[in-house]
Design a binder for this molecule. Structure first.
Ligand code: BGC
Length: 449
């Protein structure tokens, strides 16, 4: 059931500046966070993780989530009502592997429905829900991923033009394998580096598999943000540079420059030089997920909890609070100019090696249907994005995270990122109610046409 709009959008006194012609406007989701229908797919590492007490803060699971698997028609209607050009969703690898083939049938139906509604499907081929039994510490997982990609491309490639290989290999490495706060819950710290390498290799193999299937519009969704040193003291500058290496350069440079930054290659497994040739397969565009900058200083010798993540004392940096900014319900600072900064920094760092950029995620968690804070966040970030365009960055698209309130990983249902509210209190109905931000984004899109 879709309820009436929460409130009409507020009067935009200062409209968002016009983006270049052909700019792609969309919203994003991911399979594990919305689909539910757990019995109609193979298990993933997230099922095992959420089953362990204490892993998910509210004790919830994604077994039903938004039940998008059964309610996708309603959700496509919401996309059509919003007027987006494109919808970024992820294809669940555990569902595609499901014995009776019904998993691929589901994506087939979804893609048909999107095309019929005039919304371009933009699938992400991996968004953290690794099939149970597979492991990114194993090199073979990269080859298995390429098989998965080939299978999906073979089935959907006649209607899907734009593809995303992986979502945020940085977060999946850091949160899932180094710090253990996401599935599969490993705390390997720097021994998690092979997970980064194998995902990057998987990306390169996926690009090759997609090209072999005739795809011409391929990107990745990497998470990036400015890293601000806590002070100008050498120890803080050094710690911030190291964090920048881990968050930004480790995942951008193998792809864009064909090399690992500053000796990291020596820490990676296998024949790294020949793997880098695969990893650096050219992409057609580069996806950036941006939420906030990170302020980083020298280690403080104690464990620190930040944004819901416990950082062990032995890390060679410490994350600090950015003061004087509004924060989202997640406690993340709202810093729109960080989006301009990260894009202009990448433009300066990588020059012609940086392909056109698409913002594949940007958004915030706030409660409530009259979500003026989300409107202010999106408004500020779109203006900041436009400043990056004016500064010469070739930006071709922007996707809001997220269409729907959903299963926010280790936070469960406590964080609401949606333009559309989902009533998780009533699991039989899971009523969708567009928030004020839905109307605002819809009107903003109309003003861009
Ligand atoms: C992820 C999403 C997540 C969002 C908000 C991104 O890191 O790709 O799956 O829900 O951030 O935390």
């Amino acid at each position: 059931m879709i309820r009436r709009m929460a409130t009409e959008s507020r009067d935009a006194a200062h409209p968002i500046p016009r983006f270049p012609a052909g700019f792609l406007w969309g919203v994003s989701t991911s399979a594990h966070q919305i689909e539910g229908a757990v019995d109609e797919r193979e298990p993933s590492v997230w099922d095992a993780f959420t089953a362990e007490p204490g892993r998910v803060k509210d004790g919830s699971t994604a077994a039903v989530a938004c039940d998008h698997y059964h309610r996708y028609g309603e959700d496509v209607a919401l996309l059509a009502g919003l007027g987006v050009d494109a919808y970024r969703f992820s294809v669940s690898w555990p569902r595609v592997r499901f014995g009776d083939g019904s998993g691929l049938d589901f994506y087939d139906r979804l893609v048909d429905e999107l095309c019929a509604a005039g919304v371009r499907p933009v699938p992400t081929l991996f968004h953290w829900d690794l099939p149970a039994g597979l492991d990114w510490l194993d090199r073979d997982t990269a080859a298995r991923f390429a098989d998965h990609v080939a299978r999906v491309a073979d089935r959907l490639g006649d209607r899907v033009g734009k593809w995303i290989t992986l979502n945020e290999p940085a977060e999946h490495t850091l949160l899932g394998h180094a710090l253990g706060v996401h599935a599969p819950g490993r705390k390997l710290l720097f021994d998690a580096l092979p997970v980064a390498h194998h995902q990057l290799l998987a990306h390169g193999l996926a690009v090759r598999a997609l090209r072999a299937a005739g795809a011409t519009d391929i990107g990745i969704a990497n998470s990036h943000g400015p890293v601000w040193p806590a002070s100008r003291e050498p120890a803080d500058l050094e710690a911030a540079a190291f964090y920048d290496l881990l968050l930004n350069r480790l995942f951008a440079e193998p792809l864009l420059l064909g090399r690992y930054p500053e000796g990291l290659g020596e820490l990676m497994p296998g024949d790294v030089e020949s793997d880098l040739k695969v990893i650096a397969e050219p992409v057609d565009w580069y996806g950036v997920n941006y939420y906030a900058p990170t302020k980083v200083g020298a280690p403080q010798g104690t464990e620190i909890e930040f944004g819901g993540v416990v950082m062990p004392a032995e890390l060679p940096f410490s994350v600090r609070q950015i003061e004087g900014r509004p924060v989202t319900d997640f406690g993340w600072p709202v810093v729109p100019e960080g989006l301009t900064e990260v894009l202009t920094t990448f433009h300066e760092r990588y020059g012609d090696r940086l392909p056109p950029v698409v913002i594949t995620e940007n958004g915030c968690s706030y409660e409530g249907l009259d979500d003026q804070d989300r409107i202010a966040y999106l408004d500020g970030h779109l203006r900041a994005l436009h400043r990056a365009v004016e500064a010469g960055v070739d930006v071709r698209g922007y996707f809001v995270w997220s269409l729907l309130d959903n299963f926010e990983w280790a936070e469960g249902y406590a964080r609401r990122f949606g333009l559309v509210h989902v009533d998780f209190e009533d699991p039989a109905a899971l009523t969708r109610t567009p928030k004020a931000s839905y109307a605002w984004f819809r009107d903003m899109l109309r003003s861009q046409r």
